[in-house]
Design a protein around this ligand. Sequence first.
Ligand code: NAD
Ligand code: DAU
Length: 331
Amino acid sequence: MHVLITGGAGFIGANFVHQTLVRHPDAKVTVLDKLTYAGNRGSLADLGDRIDLVVGDIADMDTVDPLVADADVVVHFAAESHNDNSLRDPSPFIRTNLVGTFTLLEAVRRHGVRFHHVSTDEVYGDLELDDPAKFTPDTPYNPSSPYSSSKAGSDLLVRAWVRSFGVEATISNCSNNYGPYQHIEKFIPRQITNLIDGVRPKLYGAGENVRDWIHVLDHNDAVWDIIEKGRIGETYLIGANGEKNNKEVVELILELMGHDPSDYEHVADRPGHDMRYAIDNSKLVQELGWTPRYTDFRSGLQATIDWYRDNEAWWRPLKAEVEAKYASQGQ
Ligand code: NAD
Ligand code: DAU
């Protein structure tokens, strides 16, 4: 089996590449990644020549077409992924998330290759804090940010290519991931690396926004289950019942790192900040038998803290620029 993994030098993609080589030791793995600010060769360095890394753009058909022609399955992680960046400059989100997905779809259509599209729960908008509801595959799309609307658009392209052209594709929409190799612009690694640097964690607004945390390894196990057992044309929601508000998460990071849990600061809120995400995972669990393995958030977070402590060389070169960007907007 030849697996083409787009965005395999990013957070979730790099974990997926490692997991693929364990789950399918005989698979040939090719990574297509543009190595934007979010891609990191170092996340794949331990794999040596067990994989091929092609540095290129998913929106460039000349790059994409021969790689897809040679693959049995394309697993599509590549994206511009950060909401705050999409508020500063939406343009790369449109090119990569929409034009890039379109380009891949045209290639898999031409060559009859199986496609899995990795997407986000943010396409459904947000829920109220006191709403007992969770997102299901039938929840109407209602994205809030340039990031989430570009992902919503990419999902709809996939659905149309399945229906109109018979492309063999599945879609997954997952909640917030945490774990090793996550870029330090994101909430959890930003606070961990701030504390390593002696800087207080920064909470947007009141910190009441809820995210449904899942360990990245559980997300990726579900993606492989969907590729192997999912029904073509179907959408599966991935989540592990991990709802927590941002204040609780910051307090736990502070405690686990030996600080007073109240030693954080409130900073400017994100414009249009989604209040709550929550996933109903029953379709995935009942139909495909997936179960999450890393459900103890406290120990998963401790392991993630240890990873950032042990891998400072991986994130240190990024830190000053990330913090300068946030500081320029009061965050
Ligand atoms: P990331 O930003 O860490 O990694 C994205 C990767 O894509 C990087 O390696 C980057 O270099 C690459 N890339 C960007 N533009 C490209 C282009 N034009 N051509 C080729 N490569 C390009 O993102 P992530 O957090 O790992 O997210 C991966 C996917 O999972 C995304 O599609 C995202 O929408 C989705 N997702 C993320 C989460 C989460 O919590 N992080 C949750 C649900 C879904
Ligand atoms: O739900 C899935 C989505 O989760 C993915 O599609 C996105 O790619 C991924 O980035 C993530 O989006 P969020 O916007 O939820 O993640 P982020 O890490 O940026 O922020 C998590 C929460 O923490 C959010 O409510 C904003 C808040 N926050 C973030 C930062 C960076 C803070 O309070 N302080 C911070 O410094």
